[in-house]
Design a protein. Structure first.
Length: 399
């Protein structure tokens, strides 16, 4: 049997069984549902996209996977080159892995070893944000501040190497003053903290973070697994403020195949590149640089650029702002909108309970969590379908 994610299996509501998917629609039990969450924010082109399908099928006919240990291939080389030219500054060095969580582990390990290679072994600490989420593996959980994980982390005991601060500049400055010489990196989900409750904060915080990282010699890591490829309305938040290490996943492959990349700038790469074999980066997931995933990513980026997805996200944001303007209701604490993300924070989780079935009955697949009812639709969504999602979200509070 399947052990499903984030769910108490005992008494679990049976999941909707999907028999087909096309465009923004999922087909479940003979019913057509608009997917309002893009399969955990990854399916930016929707489903069954003819060009994505064709690209992957043609790669399958050549080969699906060979390891990157001692071998290389066109799709991985072309994707690394595409990212190099696409990303700002000197973010030139792509370390591929199979999921966002692993890519975060890679970044954290890279940041630590960067300083160990220089003999700065006192820099064992990570600075991170309250309400952050960086994945489900252990170090990623520790860098995160997800309330669902606190009890399990307490049970095994944390390393004590991570400090969490709120997203305000005074706390940021204090943390650098207190720990600056012991930090190897500051890791953030820039502008939008997704799984922590779709919390939005300002670019000023990131600009000050960049300055402080430079002043104290600390690496700045952007986890753009969720925000990358347009979700905040920016192509990457890294276009606004440049990190030393950038992590991409989810929409990297258009949601077709699990893959991620940790991209290091020239400074970080140079910290590993020397005559000492011990200074090499000892990491290598079996499926890193998978040829199908790299092919999917190349095609996904091609469509993203060709079809001006940033304009589509802007349109999604405009419609959302218009439709949600002045919306208040009993049980609503706040409405937050940025790019292709709309979130209604409820007063408590009880208010959100039952919304999924309510939405299903009205032709929308939703997956609220804690006290957050939200949408992050595929970018190809029509105005009519987007308004349908937003209407369902609003009408939950007006029943
Ligand atoms: C910001 C962020 N980082 C990391 C991850 C983990 O990615 P994955 O689920 O591919 O391991 C997620 C997943 O939601 C995420 O939102």
């Amino acid at each position: 049997m399947i052990w499903y994610p984030y769910t108490q299996m005992k008494g679990m509501k049976p999941p909707y069984k999907i028999t087909g998917a096309e465009g923004v629609y999922l087909h479940a039990n003979g019913k057509r549902l608009i997917d309002s969450v893009s399969s955990w924010w990854s399916a930016i082109h929707g489903y069954n996209h003819p060009e994505m399908n064709e690209a992957i099928i043609s790669q399958v006919r050549k080969f699906s996977h060979v390891m990157l240990g001692g071998l290389t291939h066109d799709p991985a080389e072309r994707l690394a080159e595409k990212l190099r030219t696409m990303l700002p500054g000197t973010l030139n060095h792509c370390f591929f892995s199979d999921s966002g969580s692993v890519a975060v582990e890679v970044a954290l390990k890279m940041a630590l070893q960067y300083f160990v290679n220089r003999g700065e072994t006192q820099r064992t600490m990570t600075l991170s944000l309250e309400h952050s989420y960086h994945g489900d593996t252990f170090r990623a959980m520790e860098a995160g501040d997800d309330e669902d994980y606190h009890f399990i982390l307490k049970a095994c005991g944390t390393s004590g190497n991570t400090v969490h601060i709120p997203t305000n500049i005074a706390d940021l400055e204090r943390a650098f003053a207190d720990y600056g010489g012991r930090l190897n990196c500051l890791i953030v989900e820039p502008l939008l903290q997704c799984a922590g409750g779709m919390r939005i904060y300002g670019v000023d915080f990131l600009r000050r973070a960049r300055e402080l990282c430079d002043e104290y010699g600390v690496l700045l890591v952007f986890d753009e697994v969720a925000t990358g490829f347009g979700r905040t309305g920016n192509r990457f938040v890294a276009d606004l403020v440049q990190p030393d290490i950038l992590i991409l996943g989810k929409a990297l492959t258009g949601g077709y195949i699990g893959h991620a990349v940790t991209v290091a700038n020239d400074r970080v790469f140079a910290g590993f590149y020397d005559d000492d074999p011990n200074h090499a980066f000892m990491h290598g997931p079996t499926f890193m640089g998978n040829a199908l995933a790299c092919t999917a990513a190349l095609k996904s980026i091609e469509i993203f650029e060709r079809d001006n997805y940033l304009a589509r996200v802007k349109h999604i944001e405009e419609i959302s702002r218009d439709y949600m303007r002045d919306f208040t209701a009993r049980g609503v604490r706040e409405v937050r909108i940025i790019g292709g993300c709309v979130c209604i924070e409820c007063e408590d989780s009880e208010v959100a309970r039952g919304f999924q079935d309510f939405a299903y009955d009205r032709g929308v697949f939703s997956r609220p969590f804690l006290r957050y009812i939200y949408t992050m639709p595929p970018y190809i969504i029509s105005e009519e379908d987007l308004v349908c999602i937003l209407r369902v979200m609003r009408s939950w509070f007006q029943r």
